[in-house]
Design a protein around this ligand. Structure first.
Ligand SMILES: [Zn+2]
Length: 177
């Protein structure tokens, strides 16, 4: 079975308290994200890391504080999440990674039998990603100890919707042991 890991928006602006659009508690996920990414690299599992890549006057900044502007430190991914071989960075200018046409083309090439999804934020970009992935008809697992929400209630609602649609919940240990 061909599994693809999808690491959503684990960028400095989202992951750290000093970041421009910090997701509460996200810095505590970093060891889990790093472990998953390195596990993927070590086992030949294709890893897609999505990354917000905004211009200084991006239309999205009408709704959100400016974040992940190309050329800033905040737009980068923390070093421990970068694994090199097998990792593809897919940039995007909107919440939904499917707005980048390269993403669907990449999925077509990878021919996954299953997707494993983690990152931030559960109630926004992770939610958009899994919603799009459901259209592929393939099984999707969300890694509950490697996600964080902007709003805990919206995060819980996202998980409830996800499992109601047939998604499964897993953990870092379950995947990597
Ligand atoms: Zn953004």
């Amino acid at each position: 079975m061909r599994t693809v890991f999808l690491d959503v928006d684990t960028q400095i602006d989202f992951m750290f308290p000093a970041g421009a659009l910090y997701v509460p508690g996200a810095e505590r996920l970093l060891p889990a994200i790093a472990r998953l990414n390195h596990f993927a690299a070590a086992h030949g599992i294709p890893l897609i890391s999505t990354a917000d890549a905004h211009s200084e006057n991006d239309p999205e900044f009408r709704q959100w504080p400016p974040h992940c502007v190309v050329g800033t430190t905040g737009q980068l991914k923390p070093a421990e999440t970068l694994v090199g071989a097998g990792q593809t960075i897919v940039e995007k200018q909107a919440l939904d990674v499917f707005t980048n046409p390269d993403f669907s083309a990449l999925l077509d090439r990878l021919q996954a039998d299953r997707y494993v999804v983690y990152g931030v934020a559960t109630d926004y970009c992770v939610r958009c990603a899994v919603t799009g992935l459901f259209a592929t008809g393939k099984p999707i697992a969300l890694v509950t100890d490697a996600i964080a929400a902007v709003n805990p209630e919206d995060g819980a609602r996202t998980l409830a919707e996800f499992t109601a649609r047939g998604g499964t919940l897993t953990t870092v240990n379950e995947l990597t042991n």
